[in-house]
Design a protein around this ligand. Sequence first.
Ligand code: XMP
Length: 512
Amino acid sequence: MPQTIAVLDFGSQLTQVIARRIRECQVYSKIFHFSTSAEKLRQENVVGIILSGGPQSVYSRKAPHPDPAIFELGVPVLGICYGVQLMGHFLGGEVEHSKEREYGHGLLTIQKPGRLFAGLPKKVRVWNSHGDKLTKLPPGFRAIGTTENSPFAAIEDTKRNFYGIQFHPEVFHTERGVDMIRNFLVGVCAAKQDWTTRDFITHAVENIRAQVGKGRVILGLSGGVDSSVAAALLHKAIGKQLTCVFVDNGLLRKNEREYVEKLYGRHFRIDLRVVDASRLFLRRLKGVTEPEQKRKIIGRTFVEVFERSLKSIGHAEFLAQGTLYPDVIESVSIGNNPASLIKTHHNVGGLPERMKLKLVEPLRELFKDEVRQVGSVLGLPREVVWRQPFPGPGLGVRVMGEITSANLEILRNADAVLHDEMMRSGLYYKVWQSFCVFLPVKTVGVFGDERTYDYVIALRVVESTDAMTADWAKLPHDLLQRVSSRITNEVRGVGRVVFDISSKPPATIEWE
Ligand code: XMP
């Protein structure tokens, strides 16, 4: 049993973020239900406990309370936010209930660095989000840091190795927050820093095997980062018990289907079923020009095709998904209450319930960059692990107006040129997205001695960190020139190439 840091979850949306920070310090941690008994924690070889934040007041009737015996285990405890109030409540201090939340930036003044704040500057900007606050220290504790609003923003009892902080060290907006956590893990708990991505994989493989036993697992493979990494991980864990379904909706990029077949089918030897539903999709999209309508048709048809393919595969008990933690909680950003940013996690159109499938989500606790690391260690190529995002409705939202085979073909060929040039220049991996958009507008041109009357292709290349805002990428002119001349020369039906210089907002990244 490895040395474990136990994170007791009192319901904060940031509990997983705490776990992530611990992983960043290469320490093994496990999230436990808040009521887990001290005995159980002892059996789990726990060398330190972190009490997470939580939305409740310690006085509320529904307030989650830990087993009081955890304070008798003789292991260090760090209380964060609600966690520090619990320490106050259980260890003989006083907590004042406040209806108003203290929310946002604060300035922490460190009075006594001790072990928790070792190596930190005297003043640090921190992030607060709490209602109640500690008003009297429990016996044995002393204050080691203050903020404008709290004389007990950080407290310690060095005899018992108990620490408490009112603010959130796990969020990005707390400067040096990771250092505080590392100080607790290494300086206070003496935890070993030897937990790596490989260990995560070993552990995940064991968990997957334990969950599915001899059962059959189906995974909808889109070719995107998340489902690709999930497929590789599941395949490592259960081999032929995994069946991947790839739906060709006719809205894929050039050679995409062949690539997926080659990589997963032939290279990884995954049981891959490719369902060619392109005709059905295109038939249903015939004559449709309104973007939302297109999305609805594509989404509905996907679920239908996927469901039908599951039935033809035969009995399966599990549906695997590449759900990541940010799918559950979107992100923590300034000005928004972290807890209010929860994005409800939705399954593929209610499919698991209807088909009575149990979900397997091996990446559920990870963040995107961690998933990429897992993918690399599992041997997925760089172009998969670092693939740009691609919308579910595919080229369907990149062909303006009606989607026809001819228009899709033009778009695919133009897009392949841009992709090729972005890869050659190395810029593919530096921008957020780079793709072409087909415009059903004909313009006049000359080709040789002839007058032409052909379509327009727009290049959309953006930089972004989270797709919430984006700026158009300032591509080198010689690259733009090469892309433009190659598209007009090599792609029949295109007479003009334009470059989209709109940022988001007000424009969105996709054109539809
Ligand atoms: P917009 O166009 O809203 O896009 O600025 C933001 C990001 O989301 C991607 N996107 C989608 N992804 N299904 C998806 O899975 C969709 O329907 C969809 N629409 C947009 C888009 O490519 C960009 O990265």
